[in-house]
Design a protein around this ligand. Sequence first.
Ligand code: SF4
Length: 362
Amino acid sequence: MTKAEHLTGMTRDELERFVSDAGEPAYRGRQIFSALHRRRLRSFDEMTDLPKEFRARLAERATASTLTVESRYVAEDGTRRYLLKTHDGLPVETVFIPEERRDTICFSSQSGCPLQCDFCLTARLGLLRTLTAGEIVEQIVVALNDAYGVGAKTPRGTNLVAMGAGEPFLAYEPLMKALRVMADEDGLHIVPNRVTVSTAGVVPKIRELAAEPDRPHLAISLAAPDDELRDKLMPINKRWPLRELLAACKEFEESLRPGERFTFEYVMLDGVNDTDDHARRLARLLNRHQLRAKVNLIPHNPADPLPYRPSPPERVEAFKEILESKGVHAFVRRPRGRDIYAACGQLAARRDNAPPALYQLS
Ligand code: SF4
């Protein structure tokens, strides 16, 4: 055992082995797992069903939580944004979005992001570090405890979306591990079918995800109907252009379950990618590949110093109508938590909940 082993990122089996190696019976591992995930406790001191002496030994070699809550903001629409900090001082952001049928937690897979999407504030941070499985799981625990109370049952169940800071497919291993930990019915019991992972288009990982036996849903951020514009808005397109991206999507389609579609996210930038012609070309692109997909239109969330404005609502509607007239299923996503900088593309460790001139780290 190394010092400060982070137990929240371990599966139940791994925890059993961990305690066995420490000379304890395996059931202690199950007890700890349940305490961390079902009861959502964040320190060994709270696990009073464990012998005191064992808790003291655990604390010498391991930790139950590594993230600290730096700030918490609540938006007018009830969306909550958490600015967390890793043990090595890096920012992590998580957003809790209450919804009528089921609440959603949007989590981060990296601190900052190495991809340079031009419309995204997180991109300005660059990559600080990929998060561990434990740090991913902990974000969910923090949000659930804050929204419902420590250990309290989630009244409507929870959906997860990997759409916070970072490119989830560049955190593939820790992400998949976190999903395995969270799926355990003795823990959070959030199964992959309740999780959507959104990628900017890391093509090899789309193929890898398709082969996973129990995988989450896939969303792809598209932002443009052609390579020329996508190269500019999402430079990852230079590495994996649309032709390769859509070919991988077509292969992924084979893994779709009955009734399942995958999702293209299309951020709508005023005067940049939102004309009638863009809509027609987007429909042509998707129809050419005959993909079982839907398109989510996301009005851009403005954030200084980004040089883009959101498309006006009537433009978004007109865009949607063109897509639908060409047989493409399209939906408009309502922006959530804009006033606290919790919306898509706005996560950049801002410490305020009013429009600031600058964002800051640390
Ligand atoms: S949109 Fe996503 S992938 Fe692109 S820079 Fe922002 S966080 Fe990274």
